[in-house]
Design a protein around this ligand. Sequence first.
Ligand code: ADP
Ligand code: MG
Length: 739
Amino acid sequence: MPYFCAIILKNMSTIRKEALQTVRTRQLIQVQAPTAKISQIFGENVFDRKSMREFLAEDVYESLMACIEKGTRVDKEIAQQVATGMKNWAMSKGATHYTHWFQPLTGATAEKHDAFFSLNSDGEAIEAFGGGALVQQEPDASSFPNGGIRNTFEARGYTAWDPSSPAFLFSGPAGKTLCIPTIFVSYTGESLDYKSPLLKSIGAVEAAGVSVAQYFDKNITKVYPTLGIEQEYFLVDGTLFAARPDLMLAGRSLFGHAPARGQQLEDHYFGSIPERVHAFMVDLEYEALRLGIPLKTRHNEVAPGQFECAPLFEEINLAVDHNQLLMDLMEKIAKRHHFRVLLHEKPFAGVNGSGKHNNWSLSTNTGKNLLSPGKTPKNNLMFLTFFVNTIKAFHDYADLIRAAIASASNDHRLGANEAPPAIMSAFLGEQLSRILDEIEKGKIEHNESEVRSLMHSIKAIPEILLDNTDRNRTSPFAFTGNKFELRAVGSSANSAQAMTALNTAMAKTLTDFKAEVDKLIGDGDSRETALLTVIQKYIKQTKKIRFEGNGYGEEWRLEAEKRGLANVRTTPHALDAMMTKKAIDLYTKTGVFTKREIEARHEILLEDYIKKIQIESRIIGDMALTKIVPAAIAYQNLLVNNLKGLKELGIKAESTKGQLDLLERTSKHINTIIEKVEAMRLTRKRLNEVEHARERSIGYCDEVKPFFDEIRYHADKLELIVDDELWPLPKYRELLFIK
Ligand code: ADP
Ligand code: MG
């Protein structure tokens, strides 16, 4: 081989080689094992009730609490005093800046920092933070997606303080910033974020929930949704990550052959947590707890390199804020440990994807979990009421909930490797299914004696549930003893989107339920008869969505089709459900969205989808042509030189068939890749001319995306052929198994 060729070959593989060398010599980052008890550090970076009591006058504190409790506006005078108290607290902890922290529709969180520093009328430097700055800000909003709501000449958007989520301090490399949770709305009042519709949906379900709960207990004056979010994620070494443009730019690997050993041995889940990861987790938990995020559980997940953490459940608005904050924190702390966290739903083909299990329930001011059965038949009737209403809400609006979990990245996960399919079904467990079947069969209508006997049989629910240990992990919506677990939410998603849909559907269902029950009572039925009559009706109406079997199986897909359940596999089609009359009626009547807001959101989600596929498509073209093909050509040249040399020496052709075959296969793969990349580029070019976002997104889905697998197939084949020394990208086996 000529000398210059050897030089080129050496250079080509250095990035991967050096990265692997770095990983081999990694030192464990020592973390200080927290010496203090969790109870001492929990929430120390939060302007929580304890800090408020210290930094606010008693009457100010009481007024603020009353506003939070009732969900009413904080008046100017009080806001001014809260701002001063908040600033003093933050500065006492070393903060220099403040920011309105909000959740625009891009999936991440956004902030713009301002200093407390100001000049007074004499030109002297002071630290100031007024009520106005606390309550409202006007970030330069033109860069956030708005779906046509904000015209370019009217780029104003406002952030407004959400007092129900406490302010907190976030530490950066150069100091601390006071972060104030806010909603983000346009100048004309339309919501441009995830939080404002979530808050509206909470209001709707609270009101409807109280009115129904009052059938059972007049002391219930507040009903609120609770949420516990289990977060799955992958960790990869930071240096290997940096050697993979696909991980860096798309958050997932777009190439990579499955390793000989993946997750088949299923030894990762119960294996011990690798030391480096353990250090990361301890660090993460420490920072999270100080921010008031009640992390409780940590463990390995099924795939190598995959992990999970879960907090104690909280009031839903707080749980969502905390999950968003947690994701920021994970990224920050992962870097500290020379890791990168992958929150993508499917970072690696062929192994498990990551989800965000949303455990949802309803609680009351009396401390009752409405999805937890009680000790008396009356309490159990309350449980059954909320339980069956949840099933009904999920049944009636399954397509809307499917739309709310749709994203380009979640499309890869739903229905693949141990993730719930795109078919929305609910799992109740054998015992509860049997009780519902029993109620379904009863001759309840205007029949007090049948109702009495049924009331007797539902007395047994609590004992039954206690030893009801059957868990179905294949269902997108599973009842798990005292809550429903929506397992279809993607790991990178903002949970607010799915939770807004679920809360709103529940609000509507409970409102209709109440109207039906009241009518029967008005017609002379007893309360119990009326309740059970409507419950029975709902049980009958929702039967098709109940499924207790294996949700991953092909049989379920066929069975679901027979039942008429939708199985919408891709985002552009799933999003159609947002624009139906039913969806628009639901959202507008409950006051959660206006029609214009829904249209804007639909547009934003489609555009987001297109952009994601477009970016991935470009990365694939780029990596294929500038990394994979050159490596393969270098190998091809090696083979050519080798064959030529052998021939010169007079070696017979039949003794070099193997090399020739390798050469032919290598050439074929290279050629196909080059052709497909060009065809993909032309397809993109054509589709970019399509005016309507929906059509364009379907084009990207049906015409561009299929190229990904085709190109990858050939590239991954090359990975198996080309000299390992020449291969430029860290391989799956190097990425997935953390030392
Ligand atoms: P799993 O077996 O699914 O891991 P866990 O008992 O660990 O279940 O709980 C998972 C999540 O469910 C946790 O975040 C927990 O706080 C949450 N959770 C428990 N009870 C409720 C509830 N009443 N409302 C909302 N979430 C809840
Ligand atoms: Mg769970």
